[in-house]
Design a protein around this ligand. Sequence first.
Ligand code: AMP
Length: 387
Amino acid sequence: MSASVFFPLNRQQVVGVIGGGQLGRMLALAARRMGVRSVVWTGGLEAPAVEVADEIIDKPFDDPQALRDFCAKATVATVEFENIPLATMRGVAETIGLHPSPEAVGICQNREREKNFLRANGIPCTAFWVIETLDDLTSAMTELGGAGVLKTADFGYDGKGQLRITGSENPADVWEKFGKQRAVLEAWVPFEKEISVMVVRGKDGETATYDPAENRHRSHILDVSIVPARVDECVAEEARRIAEKVASALGYRGIMGVEFFVKTDGSLLVNEMAPRPHNSGHHTLDACVTSQFEQQLRAVLGLPLGSTRLVSPCVMLNLLGDFWPGETEPPDWTPLLSTPDTTLHLYGKRRAIGMRKMGHTTLLGTDALEKAEALKAAWGRSSVAPD
Ligand code: AMP
């Protein structure tokens, strides 16, 4: 390798991470392992990343002094969640550089922009209508003529800000119930599976994808990712191809998650994009040559990308708050720690409230799903189940 490859690391780059959640924490851990310093801007929120970052800025994202401090401490920046004010991202981008760009994150943080981007680039997605008024909703429901889901245009994740409709409701009642917010109405997709692809695009436009993950949810929160997804090889190939197309069309630099619905005929529709490391890529820490977090650092620092090769089939099981017998009382870890070829990742969150993401475990091997189900049963939880 040429000396230039190591140049950014030798220069003691400091990666700035906007957001301090578990993704920021795992990014900061990857940075430490690579000898890169990190500064995490928490937004003033509870931040699992503060325990591992080298420096912390514990101020809201719209604080101008915090923006100046962040840009003074970091030499280049990235985001670990997408709901960051565009003006803040632009300020960082102009001063030290932000990867992915504010424009790319701005598209992914808003469903209306995201769907319009997909449509404009000929990327298959659910039929949708942008809704501003009751009249829009009335005509969209007539055109749709069946089941759908109304989603807020802004700031939606994990099923929040969504209202399912059968199609037979009175549009005025739906509009009232939804709170008359700007929205996107999507046709309901009778999908067979949900899968996602992690794609990384580097400084010079080089792209790489990971094997698709098959995702199952509990109450709209990711429960397990099964990797590789149990789909035909041609479906997996097509998902990877579409994910690369999304990243290229966005002029993206960094790692992103592209979520798909797989229909019964094997065709794919993009559901949404996450412009950052993604929960369905956590298995890459233990089951792939290069983790999604290291990959993000490589892309952001302008280094060559790493191998995305899956070393072992695996299942990532999210350790959600409802596994905790009490808010501050963790589950008995013995069954997990005595399961062969299994790793434990905890995010250091103090209180297990509701379905909060407290950690995850990766179970390796062809019997990983059975092992995950046994683990759940040991904790008195039902077996891996769809929503
Ligand atoms: P989202 O926040 O848009 O990812 O939606 C959360 C979950 O709701 C998805 O993972 C799907 O399980 C389900 N969902 C969302 N939109 C649709 C749709 N148009 N058709 C069927 N299921 C959907």
